[in-house]
Write a protein that binds this ligand. Structure first.
Ligand code: NDP
Length: 309
């Protein structure tokens, strides 16, 4: 059963994935769902946003590998008993995401969205600006990517705080655990959401949370659109509790053309592009897990299905 099936119906072109698998191990057969030949012979699938019933079609399935860091696209589907789920942990992705957040922060500190508008209207109007050392950035979700972001921001002179379920120890960064959320929020002038989407984190960016932040906090959401309670968010922008936001992820993607966020002058929108998965660095790890599965060894980067991430 030297075969991996790719299940990613939304991606028209998976050639880079197939090439990367070939390059990494030419003996592994790679098939594309639904054109796979013998489903009984499949123990390992790699997937992004699979159809709801896809996994049931593989009676001998052992491992589902997410082609991304997030796994809600898998955990929201029926996972057959005893099937393990893995996710992406990738320094290449961490790097891209960290620079995306740094860029969003610098744009905010230097009022770049305002200058882009001014250029269109030929307005010459210098603004006062904030400096990194004057800003405390709180990172909600201080895991693999959150910590990479924190370290880059620290190197760029920001003060950094991290919040996670369990306490973390990262030099130069003040960290908070689950029950210390309000203290963490009260110290953050910029809030970066880098949480996974689970039942506990859905709509976590809501009015109750916003009111614990200093007035005028800026929000950067690179976690998931499901984290943002949209009515509460618009109200917080209107009453000044939030001064603005950079949003990369949305409840519905692509963001519908009629959505109020598009024309809001305090919101900067990017199309879920904080980091784009890189098959060349991810596939070697998938192949390693495929071989671990074949040798009955523990998998790397396995998802805790109880926690949902
Ligand atoms: P990790 O699992 O490494 O980190 C998740 C962090 O969130 C952990 O620190 C965890 O705490 C914390 N956490 C989870 N649930 C809670 C909770 N209920 N209360 C407090 N803390 C909680 O994930 P990654 O850093 O790799 O990825 C995070 C998410 O980023 C992904 O799930 C995905 O949704 C999103 N993402 C977005 C991308 C984009 O392009 N915009 C790209 C890649 C990922 P603890 O450590 O204690 O368990």
């Amino acid at each position: 059963m030297n075969k991996i099936v790719l299940i990613c119906p939304e991606r028209n072109d998976v050639s880079k994935w197939v090439e990367s698998f070939k390059k990494e191990n030419n003996n592994i057969e790679v098939e594309i769902y639904p054109n796979d030949t013998d489903r009984e012979q499949t123990e390992f699938v790699a997937t992004w946003n699979p159809p709801a019933d896809a996994f049931e079609k593989f009676p001998n399935l052992k491992v589902i590998a997410s082609m991304a860091a997030g796994v809600k696209h898998i955990t929201s589907k029926k996972i057959p008993n005893n099937v393990k789920v893995t996710r992406v942990k990738d320094d290449y992705l961490n790097y891209d995401l960290s620079y995306f957040v740094l860029n969003a922060l610098l744009n905010y500190l230097r009022d770049m969205p305002l200058y882009f508008q001014h250029q269109e209207e030929k307005i010459w109007d210098r603004q006062a600006y904030q400096r990194p050392e004057d800003v405390t950035v709180g990172i909600l979700g201080f895991g693999n990517i959150g910590q990479a972001i924190g370290k880059l921001l620290l190197k760029n002179d920001f003060k950094v705080l991290g919040w996670s379920r369990s306490k973390k120890d990262v030099e130069g960064i003040e960290t908070f655990k689950e029950d210390e959320l309000n203290t963490f929020l009260s110290k953050s002038n910029v809030l970066v959401c880098m949480l996974p989407h689970t039942p506990e984190t859905e709509d976590i960016l809501n009015q109750e949370l916003f009111q614990e932040l200093p007035k005028g906090t800026y929000l950067i959401n690179v976690g998931r659109g499901a984290h943002l309670q949209e009515e509460d968010f618009l109200e917080a922008l209107a009453n000044g509790q939030l001064s603005g936001a950079a949003l990369d992820v949305f409840k519905t993607e692509p963001l519908p053309k009629e959505h109020v966020f598009w024309n809001h002058d305090k919101i900067t929108i990017t199309p879920h592009t904080a980091s784009i998965t890189n098959p060349a660095t991810i596939v070697p790890k998938m192949v390693e897990n495929f071989q671990r599965m074949q040798n009955n060894e523990p998998l790397k980067d396995e998802v805790d299905l109880e926690k949902g991430y």
